[in-house]
Design a protein around this ligand. Sequence first.
Ligand SMILES: C[S@@+](CC[C@H](N)C(=O)[O-])C[C@H]1O[C@@H](n2cnc3c(N)ncnc32)[C@H](O)[C@@H]1O
Length: 356
Amino acid sequence: MEFFATDKRNALEAKEYAQWIAFAPFVFQASKILRDSGILAEISNSRKAGISLEAIVKKVNLSNYGVRVLVEAGLGIGLITVNDSKYHITKTGYFILHDELTRVNMDFSQDVCYLGLNHLGDSIKNGKPEGLKVLGPWNTIYEGLSRLPGTSKESWFRFDHYYSDNAFEGVLPLVMKQNPAKLLDIGGNTGKWSIACVNYDPKVHMTIMDLPGQTALAKENIKSKGLESRIDFHEANILDENVKFPKGFDGIWMSQFLDCFSEQEIVSILKRCAEALDENGYVYILETFWDKQRFEASAFSLQMTSLYFTAMANGNSQMYDSKIFLKLIEQSGLKVVEQVDHIGISHSFLKCKKVK
Ligand SMILES: C[S@@+](CC[C@H](N)C(=O)[O-])C[C@H]1O[C@@H](n2cnc3c(N)ncnc32)[C@H](O)[C@@H]1O
């Protein structure tokens, strides 16, 4: 992948960048407090005139000392500039304050991952999400999703939905052009994809297969929309190799699902998908592959998100390199008949069929 083929920095830039890494937790925490305390908003609202430290202190109800250390950190981080003792917001400061993608990523980093990432080393050593204990006593985060504490639940769901919601619109026509009568939505979560499908096509019937905690959330959601007659549920833990998949579907859909599993587990899941379908059935996969990104920042975000899987989610999965993932499809007795990259913010769509 060409983003990562060369060392782009000279020695001075490299040493400077190394300090960004050394102080990364400070950069993150200060930026988040500058955002949440209202300091960045006050600076932004001052527009061209800028604002003095004393004026910020009066507006945000923090001590002079507190505002001073944060604003000085903001200068070093590049969120703020100063001229004649008046502070102004930079373009990066603007994105920290107003950009939804940045906010969703930052809240996920803080509320779901920050404390647990301290256990990344042990997670790698043990192949277990050792950081998850800061959120709850589960083997994987999926067992506890509906019971995540405090703001971590909202931040997890906003992060998950932000990415998949932006991709659904682009893939609906790709799946529905096959005129499926019955689709199985594995890892259907709160039901967003199944709801989008039944709204798109008045004939299609959906079944959501997920863990009991999630199907309970999905049921509530679907009932509130009056769609109970169009969407069924099948509760199961897919990690149990003895769980066979229900038959009689024209297609099986998995969105942001297989990245929750190790290579071996993915092969087991895909083999069971192939067993459940007849030769006319399709397996539809929506995934984010870091090597298929248009922007280096997207590849970077996915590479970092892999570490959430390591330390917090399950200890053995990741946002995959597509080359590794495509081999797993092959090993499962399936072949890719259509691939569309660059859907939504960062997704790839794979349509697979059984190898005869
Ligand atoms: C990252 S979410 C994806 C949600 C949704 N498909 C989307 O695109 O936004 C992964 C889903 O897989 C489900 N899941 C994880 N492990 C599972 C397991 N062992 N058995 C069944 N479902 C599981 C989770 O409960 C969750 O709803």
